[in-house]
Design a protein around this ligand. Sequence first.
Ligand SMILES: Cc1cc2nc3c(=O)[nH]c(=O)nc-3n(C[C@H](O)[C@H](O)[C@H](O)COP(=O)(O)O)c2cc1C
Length: 237
Amino acid sequence: MKKVFMFNSSYNEDSRIYRLTDYITNVLKEDLHVNYRTPFNTSMFPHNGNTEYYETGVHLQDKQDDINLVKKEILDSDLIVLATPVYCHMASSAMVVFIERVFSNWVHLFRILGKPYIIITTSESNGNNKAYSYIDNNLEIAGGMSLGHFPFKNIDTDEKERLEDLIKVAKDVIDQGSSISITDKQESAFQTYKYVLGQYDFENYERKYWESNKLMQADSLNDFWELYKNRGKIFND
Ligand SMILES: Cc1cc2nc3c(=O)[nH]c(=O)nc-3n(C[C@H](O)[C@H](O)[C@H](O)COP(=O)(O)O)c2cc1C
């Protein structure tokens, strides 16, 4: 059965964003397995600032909470859905913790290369694009493929229609897949990391990952994708 990973970063269970993500989950659950994560069912400590894992690949904090499990669920999923309320023109603090803990080294590794994602934001009136851009930038640099931003504002009168649009986009990509094209931003990040990581010691975790997964040998991310997109698992740990 195909799998969806969804994270709703609100602490307000009595909110529109829960109404939306509960609805989406219930519809998708008819045909798919949904890992529906929230701050209430997932322990996730704020990042402790330790940076050794960039060199070793192991962040000790990941063993103290649910982040290792969350990472596995994301890698194992066919679609990622991230939902946040807009707070002070930004994603909520729980979404920031989630991004820092999960994506701070994945952005160097193209860890979710080719994986589609959807971002949902809710606001009273404004700030949706800023919250979206923050999340989108991290997922794009980590290799993800955007299926779009679904912003919901309290003044909207077409909530039902846009929810149905979102569900259609999600179901279509699960049923039919999607042709993936590497974005300019991803290609540019690839060239930067290839140069920077190429200077690192051979024992450095990120360099080893790039060498052993043949990223370092590719001239471009597009070449890499074309060569390895059909490999069951694109990356080994
Ligand atoms: C701490 C905080 C900051 C907020 N900042 C903004 C903001 O920058 N822009 C805005 O339009 N709404 C802002 N809001 C309103 C929320 O986005 C609002 O509650 C929105 O309806 C989110 O909906 P939901 O929590 O019901 O999903 C803020 C609310 C809180 C609690």
